[in-house]
Design a protein around this ligand. Structure first.
Ligand code: HPA
Length: 270
């Protein structure tokens, strides 16, 4: 894995990628965020050595390199999910690559189902913490000490400082924000009513199928993370309705503008 990461890093550097200030992972329906980037380079995943190729509609699979103001950014338009059949190592591979390109700050985004009864469809939730319910772990197996330690401190998976900054910017821009705990399940099924109830009972506010493995390896390598979840549907008793990937994409698209303004302003002010 170490050699593969270094090989991919060398490839990207040979294409002109220098140290990005921020890494961004764009979740379902949030790919148009790249309109906020002055793109200098867009590389389809299939042209990047060792990169898996996304199989989910709405995750088109391109690595975007460019600038937001004076800040260098690298964005994943499309991510890898464990449910697609990738191993955990493959799922988180791009985060490893970002780290060795020099990224210290990672912004992760996703679409999720809300289980907090104060939430509405289309809300934006800052992720304050997470629970890993995916039945696998990206750090399982022999530890690669060059990436990070065997036992990783997770007392602050999402930077309190960055959360405060996001809240400050959202207040200034009049963008309402929720804050809560994101729980990751394997998927690809959406939750049954009993599973949504379980998610709420164990203390989470939203549920999805991504993000947590990426943040775990980011923390393994000492990166700072901030996470944003768009609430695309509600798993709340009495209002649970059917949910489809198309609806998730549609709602995320609507919230995308607000998320875009918030993240752009956050990057410009950091
Ligand atoms: N559950 C899991 N993943 C999701 C959901 C959901 O309700 N909405 C968007 N991604």
């Amino acid at each position: 894995m170490w050699n593969k990461v270094q090989e991919t890093v060398k490839f990207l550097q040979s294409k002109g990628v220098s140290k990005p200030d921020f890494g961004i992972i764009l979740g379902t329906g949030l790919g148009n965020f790249v309109e906020n980037i002055n793109v200098t380079l867009a590389i389809p995943y299939k042209e990047i050595p060792n990169f898996p190729i996304s199989t989910v509609p709405g995750h088109s699979g391109e690595l975007i390199i460019g600038k937001i103001g004076a800040k260098n950014v690298i964005a994943m338009k499309g991510r890898f999910h464990y449910y697609e059949g990738w191993t955990m190592e493959e799922t988180v591979f791009p985060v490893r690559v970002m780290k060795y390109l020099g990224v210290e700050n990672l912004i992760v985004s996703n679409a999720s189902g809300g289980v907090n009864s104060a939430f509405k469809v289309g809300d934006i939730m800052l992720i304050s913490d997470h629970i890993n319910f995916i039945p696998d772990h990206p750090l399982r197996g022999k530890n690669e000490d060059r990436f990070g330690p065997r036992f990783v401190d997770m007392h602050e998976p999402y930077s309190k400082k960055m959360i405060a900054k996001m809240e400050q910017i959202a207040a200034k821009l009049n963008i309402p924000l929720q804050k809560g705990i994101y729980l990751a399940l394997q998927g690809p099924t959406f939750e049954t009513p009993a599973e949504y109830r379980m998610v709420k009972l164990v203390g989470a506010d939203a549920v999805g199928m991504s993000t947590v493995p990426e943040v775990i390896v980011a923390k393994h390598m000492g990166m700072t993370c901030v996470g944003i979840s768009v609430i695309t549907d509600l798993g709340i008793e009495g209002i649970i309705e059917s949910v489809s990937h198309e609806e998730v994409q549609e709602v995320a698209k609507i919230a995308e503008k607000k998320v875009g303004i918030l993240v752009k302003e956050f990057i410009l002010n950091n």
